[in-house]
Structure formats: C-alpha cells, structure tokens
Write a protein that binds this ligand. Sequence first.
Ligand code: GLU
Length: 300
Amino acid sequence: MKPAVGRFAPTPSGRMHLGNAFAYLLAWLSARSEDGEVVLRMEDLDTLRCTEEFAEGIREDLRWLGLRWDRETTPQRLRTEAYEAALETLKEKANVFPCWCTRGSLNLVNAPHATDGHPIHPASCRLRSAEERRKMKGDPAWRLEAPDLTIRFVDGVYGPYSENLKTGCGDFVLRRADGVFVYQLAVVVDDGAAGVTQVVRGCDLLSSTPRQIYLMRLLGLPEPKYWHVPMLTDGEGRKLSKRDAAMDLRQLRKEHKPEEIIGLLAYRSGLIDREEALSARELLGEFRWEKLKKEDIVVP
Ligand code: GLU
C-alpha cells in the first residue's frame, strides 16, 4: 500500500483559532497513525488578505502544539502556472466557458439555490454563441459546466455523501474575472501534486467535495480519502471564527500549555473519556476515528 500523505492547508489571512487547531490535530493524528507524512501548504490565493506574517504565526502555533509537518509545498500564490495548465486540460476535457456575470447580476436572477446557498448559475453565458462572446466587453471569469452527474463518496466521519452536480451545485467558477484562480481548482491541483492521500478538514467543506472529486477525475488525479470533522462552536451555536479573539491560539498560548489545549480538544470531541492534559504524541496511542463525535463541539 502507498504510504499515507496528509496535509495542513491553512489560509494565512488571520491568526489560527481553536477550530483550525482541531482540524490540524485530526489531520496529524490520521496521517501519523498510519505512519504517514504530513505536508503543509499555505492557501494564500487571496493575496490582499494573506500575509507572510500570518503564515509564520500559523507555523509557530503548529510547532507549539507539537504538530510537526515533513515538508512545506509551494504556496498557492506562486502556483499560477500549474493552475493555468490545469485550466487548459479542463478546457479540453469538459465544457469550460467564459462568463461575464457579476455577483450582483447573479443575485438578481431568480435562480434556484444550490445546497450551500449560492444561486445556481443560469445557462445564459454557457449558451452564448461565439459571435456574441466576441462582442462582450471586459475580462470574463471561466466556468465549468456542471453535468447531470451524481458524485458519490464515503466520508470517513459522516458516511455516504452524494450530490448531483447540475442540480446541487451548478456551473462553477474556476478562474475569476480578475485572473485569480479559485480555491476549488487550486486545492485539487495542489493535493494532486503533493500526492495527498487523506484530506481531513472542517465539515463546512463537505459540500465542496463533490466538485473537487469531479475536477480530480477530469484531471486524472487520484482521489484521496476524506474525513470532514465537526465544527467548534461557542455556547450559542455559532461557529468559531477568526473574529473570536479569546479562541485565538496566540491568546490561548498565554494562559495554557499545549497539552491542555490538546487534552481539551481530545476530551470534548470524544477521543479520550477523561479531561486531562496530554501531548499530541500521547494522544496518538489512543486515536481511533470511530471515537470522534459527529455533533458540533462546544468550547471552551
Ligand atoms: N484553506 C482552507 C481553510 O483554511 C482549507 C481548505 C482545505 O482543507 O481543503 O479553511
């Protein structure tokens, strides 16, 4: 069997919070429990919000938690050529078409909504003739036609999951009009290039997975195994975010030892049955995916 390759894929647009730490802890446990390696990749496509300072802060927080990685791959802001090559391949393999819609114009269209709430893209751009396209002004975004195809996979935490791309998602953007490639394409190209075999991440990304699997198939990349992990929420059911300063690792590091943070996450998520401080390495001996709770996890 091929050795497992897991990954940490942070977006360095802010400080790491406890919810990110939880997902990275599980990614690390999952890969290390199979004697696999872990790669780190900075997902800094949004060059306006992402900074090297945040990236370095995340590396420091990971080290402090005892979550070591084996190699760091090229950050996404430097991978445009690889994404361009993938876009060219997709143009050959599927229907990739230019789209001049703006967010505003899409919201005005009385379109049905996909499961994650975005409007299903109307067929207007896809059906435009070559002649009409030539007359359009400004740079287009590039979209991929979502075929009437149901993608199925078995999530390691949530079990069987499926989505019909046409009705559940609709034609989706690969490159924005400003030239920036979107996360869905970049993540697939980069996971493929790094030989990632396991994707462990927050369950807010579960609904993106069918799109990513479809892209992997078109690009001839092997599909990794997926584990989507529960979200951390505050006492009022709100997902933790970069805005919750108290759950920011920088803040937590002032008051706690790494073992206390790992112990809290392990206990609240069902990985251990008593509240105690322990290191990531100690937790590894007790780690089994079956123990993980599926419900949201309330902290602190
Ligand atoms: N960069 C994403 C985030 O920080 C994670 C993407 C992924 O794991 O696929 O939320």
